[in-house]
Write a protein that binds this ligand. Structure first.
Ligand code: ACO
Length: 402
């Protein structure tokens, strides 16, 4: 076919594609996404079926290995993860050094990066066993790292993992148990969180995944690559949007729940105000994840017996936006982040932990994409080109003469 490399060598031609809106950087067999029709499938399985009937761990297995696990494979996978949930005691000292009001995403990426200092036996991306070990360690330890970050923020002692519990149960217990009172696991919360993690598990070449691939393309180890992905996710235009949505809803409530004047501000682009949780680079009709999550928000809030004025504000915002030409003409619809924060809040998570929950969900996707990139025959270092706009040449002037 057409060889762009050859054309560039012959003509010096370089394509400029702001935000990579039209440039495919990789071939991938992991996630199928049709933005026009609102279709999302992991390895061919519709997201709706996985969210309804699957579990997060089997989804992780599917993304990373390409097939759903058998009963035995699932048990072995779970068993292996369970045996790696503990953090080295010295890791706790990192938390001692962080300020108490540190954002948990900063702690998460720092500690994941620091794992590469503890596990120097799994740095070689071309050794299959080492890759596997890093995969298991990351899946096993990220919930522990996340729960420790929460405990640090509230000044409580950490709770060690318990290996008889499921992945989500263990995370919830490490987060919410205190020495004086064991956290009571509520199946409604466990199932809802498991479902949310499935919905976040991969989303092809988004900003954080592309970051993981780009860092990994230099053959940096998996901990270094995933730590970079966590930082990319933190931004408010990406995973950080779930925190921003809740802060936006709280702001609207504090100003007397005036939804219409907020919408006006967004349309006037006043101070760069955006309707957070709306819009997507790829989805132009609806985000299938948002539809599932909207229904879950209702179910979880009513099952937990919680009413939330912020949900009413969110529903009103959505209704107004979907009948307003500003949003309709720009094809702006609720994305995955619009309703998730309300569920996390009902479960008891503080706003600053929302993006951490996104990271827990996205981890298997990052890992699967990292493996795919490393295993791709002829894979090259990621290295975009540029269009230079500066001065082409000038003579050095000694400082006394400037
Ligand atoms: N509120 C108001 N206007 C918006 C919004 C929004 N949420 N999103 C896009 N627009 C407008 C832009 O101002 C632009 O209008 P203009 O042509 O008049 O300047 C137009 O819609 C196109 O927007 P772009 O910024 O070009 O879209 P892009 O594909 O680059 O950005 C993004 C997508 C980042 C998701 C954007 O829609 C956004 O900032 N949304 C809010 C943040 C958010 O919810 N992020 C989470 C995304 S999903 C995820 O990562 C999990």
């Amino acid at each position: 076919g057409f060889d762009i490399g050859k054309l560039r060598a012959e003509t010096g031609l370089v394509t400029l594609d702001s935000g990579y809106g039209n440039t495919a950087a990789y071939k991938s067999a992991i996630t199928y996404l049709d933005g026009e029709q609102g279709i999302l499938r992991y390895r061919g399985y519709p997201i709706e079926q996985l969210a309804e009937r699957g579990t997060f761990l089997e989804t992780a297995y599917l993304l990373i290995n390409g097939e759903l696990p058998s009963v035995d494979q699932q048990a072995a996978f779970k068993d292996e993860i369970t045996r790696h949930t503990l953090l080295h005691e010295d890791v706790k000292r990192f938390y001692d050094g962080f300020p108490r009001d540190a954002h948990p995403m900063a702690m998460l990426s720092s500690v994941v990066s620091a794992l590469s200092t503890f596990y120097q036996d799994s740095h070689n991306p071309f050794d299959q066993e080492q890759r596997h070990l890093s995969t298991i360690r990351l899946l096993a330890k990220l919930p522990t790292i996340a729960a420790y970050a929460y405990k640090k923020a509230i000044g409580h002692p950490v709770v060690y993992p318990r290996n008889d519990l499921g992945y989500v149960e263990n995370f919830l217990r490490m987060t919410f148990s205190v020495p004086a009172a064991e956290y009571e696991l509520d199946p409604v919360v466990v199932n809802a969180l498991d479902k949310l993690l499935i919905l976040h598990a991969d989303h092809e070449q988004n900003c954080s995944t592309s970051t993981v691939r780009l860092v990994g393309s230099s053959q940096a180890n998996m901990f270094a690559s995933i730590s970079a992905g966590i930082n990319a996710l933190w931004g408010p235009l990406h995973g950080g949007a779930n925190q921003s949505v809740l802060e936006m809803l709280q702001g609207i409530k504090a100003s007397g729940s005036d939804v219409d004047s907020f919408i006006r501000k967004v349309k006037d682009k006043e101070d760069g105000v955006k309707l957070m949780g709306f819009g997507h680079r790829v989805y132009k009709n609806f985000d299938p994840r948002a539809q599932i999550i909207k229904a879950a928000a209702h179910d979880v809030l009513s099952a937990l017996g919680k009413s939330d004025e912020l949900l009413d504000i969110a529903l009103k915002l959505e209704e107004r936006a979907l009948s307003d030409d500003y949003f309709v003409s720009r094809k702006l619809y609720p994305n995955v982040d619009f309703y998730t924060g309300l569920i996390y809040r009902a479960m008891g998570f503080p706003t600053s932990m929302f993006t951490v929950l996104f990271a827990l969900g996205r981890l298997p996707g990052w890992i699967a994409q990292w493996h795919e990139m490393i295993k791709e025959p002829g894979s090259r270092i990621g290295r975009p080109r540029q269009i230079y706009t500066g001065v082409v040449q000038r003579e050095y002037v000694p400082i006394e003469s400037r």
